[in-house]
Design a protein around this ligand. Structure first.
Ligand SMILES: C[S@@+](CC[C@H](N)C(=O)[O-])C[C@H]1O[C@@H](n2cnc3c(N)ncnc32)[C@H](O)[C@@H]1O
Length: 310
């Protein structure tokens, strides 16, 4: 059994998706089931929760964890970019509420064999779905220095991306980079270091490599794009992100759904006919309070945004 994953911004997320008894609900990143447990509790006695994850181990885990709920819980191994297809295949109606809690789970990070941890030696893997390629090792060996630097710059927002990419490529040749810890050491020596920061200097690069390996930006874009076809009218969607690049994508997509007329100012009547498809539920992102961060440091960078479809 894995140690439980403490769900981040849990009460706020449940409130924002409008959790209530009955209907269909989707946890698009079910992980260890921390949020899904609350969804099952709040939607009883007959609400149904679909738990999606691209990680087969998470699916095995929650299937066992929620066995007692019988047909009220359906676990599906899939990429959340495919949520629409999953619902169609299972012949399910549109959902009252959808939650995505992005990134990796404690279960994944705390299993060194998965290769997500920069503190415990593990293979250079980092795949959430182990049926897919590339692995982290594939990515760093097959990308040239320039491409690797671009990944580290755009997906990790690492200031010294070029220097880090060079350190990785030159560390690969003599075999000095063999696992997550030797990669973290090589990266840390080259990375930009914020004064007084207690965060490991390889964190941003690991985040970038993980994001590229799992094509996280592409999956999030597809998920956000599919939301109107997955949510029922009046249905809500909430996303918890941990990286500013993801929070920006969520903010942009939600603002786009909430945007109305786009006519230039001064036109007497609207000519574009564009109507808002949703309303944004919180002004700005909801952040964890200091007590939550103290109890669960992983919550520190969590940002929650939600919308309601009209
Ligand atoms: C932060 S954890 C979720 C934890 C969960 N909310 C809980 O309380 O236990 C993120 C989970 O989302 C999964 N995941 C990330 N990106 C995904 C995607 N594109 N499709 C499906 N699952 C994804 C990961 O495998 C991981 O299990």
């Amino acid at each position: 059994m894995f140690p439980a994953h403490t769900p981040v911004l849990a009460a706020e997320a449940m409130r924002l998706i409008g959790l209530r008894p009955g209907g269909l609900w989707i946890d698009a990143t079910v992980g260890a089931g921390g949020h899904a447990a609350l969804m099952l509790a709040g939607t009883g006695p007959d609400g149904v929760v679909i738990g999606i994850d691209r990680d087969a181990e998470a699916i095995t885990y929650v299937t066992e964890r929620f066995r007692e709920f019988g047909s009220r819980f359906i676990a599906v191994k899939a990429n959340f970019s495919e949520t629409g297809r999953v619902m169609k295949t299972l012949n399910l109606p549109r959902a009252r509420g959808i939650l995505a809690d992005l990134g990796v789970s404690s279960m994944q990070v705390d299993t060194p064999g998965r290769g997500f941890s920069l503190r415990a030696p593990g293979p250079l893997d980092m795949r959430m779905d182990r049926d897919e390629r590339p692995t982290a090792m594939d990515l760093i060996t097959q990308s040239d220095e320039e491409t690797l630097a671009e990944v580290i710059r755009t997906l990790g927002e690492e200031r010294a991306a070029r220097r880090v990419a060079r350190a990785i490529k030159s560390g690969l040749k003599p075999g000095a980079i063999r696992d997550t810890v030797t990669l973290a050491e090589a990266v840390a020596a080259a990375a930009w270091k914020a004064k007084g920061s207690r965060i490991h200097p390889a964190t941003k690069t690991f985040q970038a490599i993980r994001s590229a390996v799992n094509r996280e930006p592409e999956a999030l874009d597809a998920f956000l794009k599919n939301l109107p076809s997955v949510a029922a009218p009046g249905g809500r969607a909430a996303v918890i992100s941990f990286q500013s690049i993801e929070d920006r994508a969520v903010k942009r997509a939600f603002a786009e759904y909430a945007a109305g007329c786009r006519c230039p100012p001064g036109l007497p009547v609207c000519a574009c006919g564009r109507k808002p498809r949703a309303r944004v539920l919180s002004s700005g992102a909801v952040k964890p309070c200091s007590a939550e961060i103290e109890g669960n440091p992983r919550a520190r960078s969590g940002r929650l945004r939600a919308i309601e479809f009209l």
